[in-house]
Design a protein around this ligand. Structure first.
Ligand SMILES: [Zn+2]
Length: 445
């Protein structure tokens, strides 16, 4: 055959085979089995107590812990299991109660202080948020997110990564984002440099209550400016731009760029707000602690299946039951998480970027050298563009002059690349703080 015109696929395709492999290993059957088991606990209301060995949040937490232990046994005990707990009381917690998260930690091989988190919440609710007795299956809210966390652990624990991966099953979301609060405190207290928290909440349904069907997208919500931001930083952003370039927002862009390269016919729909109107999730306390975080939610929700007692009313079936979960769709959203975590953990950390000069036709960017980075790439885009559109390789230098690219006309950023070509999210010059950890004070207790 005509060998002379054969072009190696690799020369045309810069995809990383490992990311394709981890995506392929995500199993809809595993996700389904997990949600069936979770639903069988009857209710997983955070205050359902420990009276029963088979019903309620406490046996459900024990089951999750056991699942992590079994996954760990398959990878030479590669997971450390932690169960941080804190006492809370408030309008949705009438008597002080301990809320416990179940975390599985896969330590990074070379850079364990860098942490990538996937989270979902184990607790469920029905119409009355204080009803601890009646069935609240929580198949989708948030059995789907919990199943994604466990499936990510099963798939990614078979491989080794430079950075640390954390699989977080949280409790207390419905009582006031308490599981996310426990996670944020734990991350802060352990000095984690959290570069991403992927919060998965309601990710398994493709049929909206309004009749719209969307099995080809997941919504990714991200904050525009950082929750933890000083007055002077806010002033600089007002003047120079950066209102849509928080580390969380650039993490969201990273997910949107990565997803269609590895998942045929599937994409991330970026939404430029922290969460849906009047609603929140466990990423919110993580953002408040200064860490980049996004919320992933299905493209089209069905409100008759969320926070509702199981019943039929006027011919409409209410309740968060397993029939409302599309497991092929849930597998795609889980794959978005798995490839994002693997890509982030293989890449260097995003650099800390500065932009210099005034009254010049060029742009001077400089940045801190990042451990594990062998090269860097400067990015720019029109200030009205939602995504990074232009780039230039900077080699191993820690600065670049973009000649005849006028610094007044564009928004700029820099990414870092590993020797094998994994690229970090783009860092926007928001001052001198690192793009990852941005904690300047302890989060409020
Ligand atoms: Zn939820």
């Amino acid at each position: 055959m005509a060998l002379f015109c054969a072009v190696p696929v690799a020369a045309q395709d810069d995809r990383h085979p490992m990311l394709g492999q981890v995506a392929a290993e995500v199993s809809p059957q595993e996700l389904q089995a997990t949600i069936m088991r979770l639903v069988a606990f009857g209710t997983r209301h955070s205050l359902s107590g420990s009276a029963s060995a088979t019903r309620g949040i406490v046996p459900a937490q024990a089951w999750v812990k056991d699942r992590f232990a079994k996954i760990s046994a398959q990878c030479g005990n590669c997971l450390e299991i932690a169960t941080p707990a804190e006492n809370f009381s408030g309008s949705r917690v009438p008597t002080p109660t301990a809320f416990m998260d179940v975390l599985a930690i896969q330590r990074g091989q070379t850079d364990p202080g860098r942490v990538i988190i996937i989270a979902g919440h184990l607790d469920s609710r029905n119409s009355d948020v204080m009803d601890t007795l009646h069935d609240a299956p929580g198949a989708n809210d948030d059995g789907s997110g919990t199943a994604a966390v466990l499936e990510a652990a099963r798939v990614l624990s078979k491989r080794k990564f430079p950075a640390t991966l954390v699989y977080a099953v949280l409790t207390g979301e419905e009582q006031g984002l308490l599981g996310g609060t426990v996670l944020a405190h734990y991350a802060h207290d352990h000095g984690w440099n959290v570069e991403a928290d992927l919060n998965n909440d309601i990710i398994g349904n493709s049929h909206g209550g309004d009749g719209k069907v969307n099995a080809g997208q997941v919504r990714v919500y991200s904050e525009g400016t950082r929750d933890l931001e000083s007055e002077s930083e806010a002033r600089a952003i007002r003047y120079n731009g950066g209102e849509v370039d928080s580390p969380s927002r650039n993490l969201a862009r990273f997910i949107a760029a990565l997803t269609p390269r590895y998942l045929d016919g599937f994409g991330a729909h970026l939404i430029y707000r922290t969460d849906r109107y009047g609603r929140g999730g466990d990423q919110v306390p993580v953002l408040a602690a200064g860490f980049p975080a996004v919320r992933l939610t299905e493209a089209t929700e069905n409100y008759t299946r969320e926070h509702q007692n199981i019943r039929v009313e006027n011919g409409i079936a209410y309740g968060d039951v397993i029939a409302g979960v599309d497991f092929a769709y849930l597998a795609q959203v889980t794959r978005v998480n798995v490839i994002t975590m693997a890509a982030l953990a293989m890449a260097p950390a995003p650099p800390s970027v500065s932009i210099g000069g005034a009254v010049t036709y060029d742009t001077d960017l400089s940045w801190s050298a990042v451990p594990g980075a062998v090269s860097y790439r400067a990015w720019w885009r029109d200030s009205l563009d939602p995504a990074w559109s232009h780039s230039r390789a900077a080699g191993s230098a820690t600065s670049i002059k973009l000649e005849r690219i006028n610094l007044d006309d564009w928004l700029f950023g820099v990414s870092a690349l590993s020797a094998d070509g994994y690229e970090s999210p783009v860092s926007f010059p928001l001052g001198d703080r690192p793009a990852g950890v941005a904690v300047t004070s302890a989060p409020a207790r």
